[in-house]
Ligand binder design. Structure first.
Ligand SMILES: [Zn+2]
Ligand SMILES: [Zn+2]
Length: 284
């Protein structure tokens, strides 16, 4: 299994980070993508990936902190991504009009910069999209508009913590995006979301916990961790009426295709400026 979205660099894991990763491995997880949400977090995620074989990292700034995505920060993130082999995506980036912790225009500017960075570095996007209320679709519209203006289809990325309706699901699928679900699909009141999971083709679906957030129903109120991915697998197997093993193997295959695509990877190295490519080869 591949856990495609966790925040193990957060202080919630300061006392037992190693044990949490160990439990994940024992539960059958072969790779954890630790998703950065700030400039500082991008560096600590990269460090975490250096220390643990199974951990991979991303770089990016969450829309909450969009104001930090200035020229200097973007340059630092670009260099970080170029030099660390285990940085495999740009994220999490996007728009969040629910909490609106950064003004809208600042969020739009930052997201545009990250879309351009993902194109330049040929790295997939991990998208965060949250509307002001469930009946609105402004954030979604703007995310697609910015991607249409800057990228060619199919878009290479994932809509993380998917909780939209069927229309949004189809829009994501038609554009090429994967969708990933978290343990919130196990909640008692999530019937609507489970219907959407049912409509999601198994070859476009990814698993994530978004730890430390969104613990499964069985552990609600506790800190979440990657080893809880099994609850998500159980739920998806039930919804799709297939074996848990099949959920595990299909989602692993999907994650490998999106995040560990050797072909895209080699093209990336070929187009690196020569001094950088040389440096890259000798760094861990
Ligand atoms: Zn998010
Ligand atoms: Zn997240």
């Amino acid at each position: 299994m591949i856990e495609t979205h966790a925040h193990l660099d957060f202080p919630q894991y300061n006392d037992d980070r190693g044990a949490v990763i160990e439990r994940a491995v024992c539960s059958g997880i072969s790779a954890i993508i630790n998703v950065a949400s700030s400039l500082k977090g991008s560096f600590s995620s990269a460090e975490l990936a250096e220390r643990h074989n199974c951990v991979y990292a991303t770089c990016g700034i969450h829309p909450h902190d969009a104001k930090d995505a200035n020229d200097n920060a973007m340059e630092k993130l670009k260099n970080l991504a170029l030099l660390r082999k285990k940085i495999i995506a740009i994220g999490e980036v996007g728009l969040d009009f629910y909490r609106n912790l950064s003004p809208k225009d600042i969020q739009l500017g930052a997201f545009t910069r990250f879309v351009k960075l993902s194109k330049e570095l040929k790295l997939p996007l991990i998208l965060h999209c949250r509307e002001a209320s469930p009946s609105k679709n402004e954030a979604t519209e703007l995310i697609f508009k910015i991607m249409e203006e800057n990228l060619k289809r199919p878009f290479i990325g994932v809509m993380h913590c998917f909780s939209g309706n069927e229309e949004l699901l189809n829009r994501c699928l038609n554009s090429g995006l994967y969708v990933s679900y978290t343990c919130n699909i196990t909640y008692k009141n999530a019937d609507g979301l489970r219907e959407v999971v049912k409509k999601t083709p198994m070859d476009r679906l990814l698993l994530e916990t978004d730890s430390p957030f969104l613990s499964p129903q069985a552990k609600r109120g506790e800190r979440n961790e990657p080893s809880n991915l099994k609850y998500l697998v159980e739920q998806i197997a039930e919804i799709h009426n297939i074996e848990e093993k099949e959920v595990e193997s299909q989602t692993t295959q999907n994650a490998k295709k999106l995040f560990f695509n050797q072909e895209r990877f080699l093209i990336g190295i070929l187009f690196m400026p020569l001094p950088l490519a040389a440096l890259w080869l000798f760094l861990p």
